[in-house]
Design a protein around this ligand. Structure first.
Ligand code: GRF
Length: 198
Protein backbone atom coordinates (compact mmCIF):
# COMPACT_ATOMS: atom_id res chain seq x y z
CA UNK A 1 0.00 0.00 0.00
CA UNK A 2 1.44 3.34 -1.13
CA UNK A 3 1.00 6.08 1.48
CA UNK A 4 1.51 9.84 1.07
CA UNK A 5 1.74 11.72 4.38
CA UNK A 6 0.85 15.41 4.78
CA UNK A 7 2.43 17.45 7.60
CA UNK A 8 2.60 21.08 8.73
CA UNK A 9 4.75 20.87 11.85
CA UNK A 10 7.38 18.69 13.53
CA UNK A 11 6.03 15.55 11.90
CA UNK A 12 6.54 13.24 14.89
CA UNK A 13 3.50 11.21 13.77
CA UNK A 14 4.90 11.04 10.25
CA UNK A 15 8.21 9.87 11.73
CA UNK A 16 6.39 7.10 13.58
CA UNK A 17 4.85 5.90 10.31
CA UNK A 18 8.21 6.05 8.55
CA UNK A 19 9.82 4.07 11.37
CA UNK A 20 7.07 1.43 11.22
CA UNK A 21 7.37 1.21 7.43
CA UNK A 22 11.13 0.57 7.75
CA UNK A 23 10.08 -2.94 8.72
CA UNK A 24 9.54 -4.85 5.46
CA UNK A 25 6.75 -6.79 7.21
CA UNK A 26 4.72 -3.58 7.69
CA UNK A 27 1.99 -3.66 4.98
CA UNK A 28 2.41 -0.03 3.87
CA UNK A 29 5.18 2.08 2.38
CA UNK A 30 5.40 5.83 2.74
CA UNK A 31 6.20 6.98 -0.81
CA UNK A 32 6.24 10.76 -0.24
CA UNK A 33 5.70 13.45 2.38
CA UNK A 34 4.08 16.77 1.53
CA UNK A 35 3.46 19.98 3.46
CA UNK A 36 1.77 23.36 3.18
CA UNK A 37 5.01 25.06 4.22
CA UNK A 38 8.70 24.31 4.64
CA UNK A 39 7.73 22.17 7.69
CA UNK A 40 10.44 20.61 9.88
CA UNK A 41 8.56 17.32 9.45
CA UNK A 42 9.75 17.10 5.85
CA UNK A 43 13.21 16.34 7.24
CA UNK A 44 12.11 12.81 8.22
CA UNK A 45 11.50 12.07 4.53
CA UNK A 46 14.56 13.86 3.22
CA UNK A 47 16.77 11.90 5.58
CA UNK A 48 15.40 8.75 3.93
CA UNK A 49 15.82 10.14 0.38
CA UNK A 50 12.03 10.05 0.02
CA UNK A 51 10.31 12.55 -2.30
CA UNK A 52 8.78 15.62 -0.65
CA UNK A 53 6.62 18.47 -1.90
CA UNK A 54 5.57 21.85 -0.49
CA UNK A 55 2.27 23.33 -1.59
CA UNK A 56 1.96 26.83 -0.10
CA UNK A 57 -1.38 28.62 -0.14
CA UNK A 58 0.49 31.86 -0.76
CA UNK A 59 2.01 30.53 -3.98
CA UNK A 60 -1.45 30.34 -5.58
CA UNK A 61 -3.98 32.99 -6.55
CA UNK A 62 -6.68 31.47 -4.35
CA UNK A 63 -7.71 28.38 -2.34
CA UNK A 64 -9.25 26.69 -5.38
CA UNK A 65 -5.93 26.84 -7.24
CA UNK A 66 -4.06 25.69 -4.12
CA UNK A 67 -6.44 22.77 -3.64
CA UNK A 68 -5.98 21.71 -7.27
CA UNK A 69 -2.20 22.01 -6.99
CA UNK A 70 -2.21 19.95 -3.79
CA UNK A 71 -4.36 17.26 -5.43
CA UNK A 72 -1.89 17.09 -8.32
CA UNK A 73 1.15 16.97 -6.03
CA UNK A 74 -0.38 14.09 -4.07
CA UNK A 75 -1.55 12.24 -7.21
CA UNK A 76 1.96 12.34 -8.67
CA UNK A 77 2.92 9.71 -6.09
CA UNK A 78 0.00 7.39 -6.93
CA UNK A 79 -1.07 6.84 -3.29
CA UNK A 80 -3.48 4.16 -2.16
CA UNK A 81 -3.90 6.05 1.13
CA UNK A 82 -3.24 9.68 2.12
CA UNK A 83 -2.52 10.42 5.79
CA UNK A 84 -2.92 13.91 7.22
CA UNK A 85 -0.69 13.89 10.30
CA UNK A 86 -0.68 17.35 11.78
CA UNK A 87 -1.58 18.92 8.44
CA UNK A 88 -3.22 22.16 9.46
CA UNK A 89 -5.22 23.10 6.36
CA UNK A 90 -8.73 22.16 5.30
CA UNK A 91 -8.51 20.43 1.94
CA UNK A 92 -11.00 21.38 -0.79
CA UNK A 93 -13.11 19.70 -3.47
CA UNK A 94 -10.20 18.80 -5.78
CA UNK A 95 -8.38 16.84 -3.05
CA UNK A 96 -11.62 15.34 -1.71
CA UNK A 97 -12.77 14.31 -5.19
CA UNK A 98 -9.46 12.65 -5.93
CA UNK A 99 -8.83 11.05 -2.53
CA UNK A 100 -12.12 11.06 -0.62
CA UNK A 101 -12.54 7.68 1.04
CA UNK A 102 -8.81 7.09 1.25
CA UNK A 103 -7.71 10.30 2.99
CA UNK A 104 -7.53 10.05 6.77
CA UNK A 105 -6.61 12.46 9.56
CA UNK A 106 -5.39 12.03 13.13
CA UNK A 107 -6.83 14.40 15.74
CA UNK A 108 -5.74 14.78 19.38
CA UNK A 109 -9.20 14.47 20.96
CA UNK A 110 -12.12 12.03 21.08
CA UNK A 111 -14.17 13.45 18.18
CA UNK A 112 -16.82 14.72 18.01
CA UNK A 113 -15.51 16.34 21.18
CA UNK A 114 -13.06 19.20 20.73
CA UNK A 115 -12.71 19.56 16.95
CA UNK A 116 -10.44 22.24 15.52
CA UNK A 117 -6.90 23.44 15.91
CA UNK A 118 -6.86 23.74 19.74
CA UNK A 119 -8.27 20.37 20.79
CA UNK A 120 -5.82 19.76 23.64
CA UNK A 121 -6.21 23.24 25.10
CA UNK A 122 -10.01 22.97 24.76
CA UNK A 123 -10.14 19.63 26.58
CA UNK A 124 -8.07 21.06 29.44
CA UNK A 125 -10.21 24.20 29.61
CA UNK A 126 -13.36 22.07 29.71
CA UNK A 127 -11.99 20.14 32.69
CA UNK A 128 -12.20 16.83 30.84
CA UNK A 129 -10.88 13.89 32.91
CA UNK A 130 -10.43 11.79 29.78
CA UNK A 131 -9.56 12.84 26.26
CA UNK A 132 -7.78 10.88 23.54
CA UNK A 133 -6.84 10.39 19.92
CA UNK A 134 -9.05 9.89 16.87
CA UNK A 135 -8.25 8.65 13.37
CA UNK A 136 -11.04 9.55 10.95
CA UNK A 137 -11.82 9.80 7.24
CA UNK A 138 -11.55 13.38 6.00
CA UNK A 139 -14.66 15.00 4.55
CA UNK A 140 -15.40 18.61 3.64
CA UNK A 141 -15.80 19.66 7.28
CA UNK A 142 -13.23 20.31 10.01
CA UNK A 143 -12.59 17.05 11.87
CA UNK A 144 -16.11 15.84 10.96
CA UNK A 145 -15.52 12.71 8.87
CA UNK A 146 -16.46 9.15 9.93
CA UNK A 147 -14.35 7.86 12.84
CA UNK A 148 -12.07 4.91 12.02
CA UNK A 149 -10.44 4.39 15.44
CA UNK A 150 -10.20 6.11 18.82
CA UNK A 151 -8.18 5.57 21.99
CA UNK A 152 -8.64 7.28 25.38
CA UNK A 153 -5.94 9.27 27.14
CA UNK A 154 -6.31 10.35 30.79
CA UNK A 155 -5.91 14.00 31.78
CA UNK A 156 -3.70 14.06 34.89
CA UNK A 157 -3.55 16.67 37.68
CA UNK A 158 -1.01 19.33 36.86
CA UNK A 159 -1.28 18.72 33.12
CA UNK A 160 -0.61 21.71 30.97
CA UNK A 161 -1.27 21.75 27.22
CA UNK A 162 2.24 20.59 26.34
CA UNK A 163 2.35 17.66 28.76
CA UNK A 164 -1.13 16.49 27.85
CA UNK A 165 -0.43 16.83 24.11
CA UNK A 166 2.75 14.76 24.42
CA UNK A 167 0.80 12.04 26.27
CA UNK A 168 -1.83 12.13 23.51
CA UNK A 169 0.77 12.09 20.73
CA UNK A 170 2.32 8.94 22.20
CA UNK A 171 -1.10 7.29 21.78
CA UNK A 172 -1.66 8.91 18.37
CA UNK A 173 1.57 7.43 17.07
CA UNK A 174 0.54 3.89 17.98
CA UNK A 175 -3.08 4.33 16.89
CA UNK A 176 -2.04 5.78 13.52
CA UNK A 177 0.56 3.06 12.83
CA UNK A 178 -1.92 0.32 13.79
CA UNK A 179 -4.80 1.87 11.81
CA UNK A 180 -2.75 2.35 8.62
CA UNK A 181 -1.58 -1.26 8.90
CA UNK A 182 -5.17 -2.47 9.32
CA UNK A 183 -6.37 -0.40 6.33
CA UNK A 184 -3.42 -1.53 4.23
CA UNK A 185 -4.48 -5.12 4.84
CA UNK A 186 -8.00 -4.24 3.70
CA UNK A 187 -7.69 -1.20 1.37
CA UNK A 188 -10.71 1.05 0.83
CA UNK A 189 -11.91 0.92 -2.78
CA UNK A 190 -9.76 3.25 -4.84
CA UNK A 191 -12.65 4.19 -7.09
CA UNK A 192 -14.33 7.35 -5.80
CA UNK A 193 -17.94 7.73 -6.94
CA UNK A 194 -18.06 10.20 -9.86
CA UNK A 195 -20.84 11.60 -12.04
CA UNK A 196 -21.14 9.46 -15.15
CA UNK A 197 -20.01 11.78 -17.96
CA UNK A 198 -23.14 12.82 -19.92
C1 GRF B 1 -0.81 15.93 16.34
O1 GRF B 1 -1.26 15.89 17.68
C2 GRF B 1 -1.98 16.01 15.42
O2 GRF B 1 -3.10 15.27 15.84
C3 GRF B 1 -2.30 17.49 15.51
O3 GRF B 1 -1.06 18.14 15.48
C4 GRF B 1 -0.09 17.24 16.04
C5 GRF B 1 0.97 17.04 14.98
O4 GRF B 1 2.12 16.66 15.63
N1 GRF B 1 -3.13 17.91 14.41
P1 GRF B 1 3.43 16.31 14.72
O5 GRF B 1 3.63 17.45 13.74
O6 GRF B 1 3.15 15.01 14.01
O7 GRF B 1 4.55 16.19 15.72
Amino acid sequence: TRVVVLVSGTGSLCAALLDAADDPAYPADVVAVGADREAPGLEHARRRDLPTFVCRLGDHPDRVAWDRALAGAIAAHRPDLVVSAGFMKLVGPAVLDAFGGRLLNTHPALLPAFPGAHAVRDALAAGAAVTGSTVHWVDAGMDTGPVIAQREVPVLPGDDEGRLHERIKAVERTLLVDTVARLAADPPSTRTPRETPR
